[in-house]
Design a protein around this ligand. Sequence first.
Ligand code: 1GP
Length: 246
Amino acid sequence: MSTILTQLEQAKQNGEKKFVVLIDPDKVRLGNMDKVLQLAVESKVDYFFIGGSLIVNNQLDECLLAIKERCPIPMILFPGNSLQLSWKADAILFLSLISGRNADLLIGNHVIAAPYLRLSPLEILPTGYMLIDGGAATSVLYMSNTRPIPTHKDDIAVCTAMAGEMLGLRLLYMDAGSGAKTPISEEIIESVSGAVSVPLIVGGGIKTPEKAAANVAAGADIIVVGNAIEKDPGLVKEMAAAVHGD
Ligand code: 1GP
């Protein structure tokens, strides 16, 4: 069976785009999950990212189990910190926050998590995580204690992405943060995607299928949407179709 990383690399080679729905275990009501999961399966959502900047309830394991029981879409942990780990997911974005200069988020938390992850069955996805200014004080900015890359500084984003790739990171994730006012511009996506060859994930503040389609046209390989689908689960179908080019 191919790994998720191989699937993403092959999809990029073949020009196939992937659509990810972000599920925040704090926000889902487990009782209401059936509808969202059914829509996700029907719409051919490729993966779920599971995580949030804070998880204040104790629902991570419960949330993963509930999804696994109901649908076959692979679940990838998108941890806000090293407490958000679980063996019940399929893989984990092993995120290094390369746009910031917070040593704990570049390597410190990874050292703490490494022995746990080595024992776990999770597939590890080494990911360079780049925060781009989205015009709002998002949770991730406050929690990470870092400054995002200014939105018009394409050159900084490009050099950061190139350095991440040279360090051996296998995926790059440009994020304007959940609930960003302004999603990442097509210009910066185009500049970064032209400079690296690893799959490029883009998310944060994407509210319309048109913006999702514009991002993939600009070179994003994987689109992540959370908030907009939490608010209107029916949007999942149009978003997935826009990303997949259906
Ligand atoms: C956040 O990229 C994700 O890390 C998704 O953001 O919730 O704004 O869609 P939204």
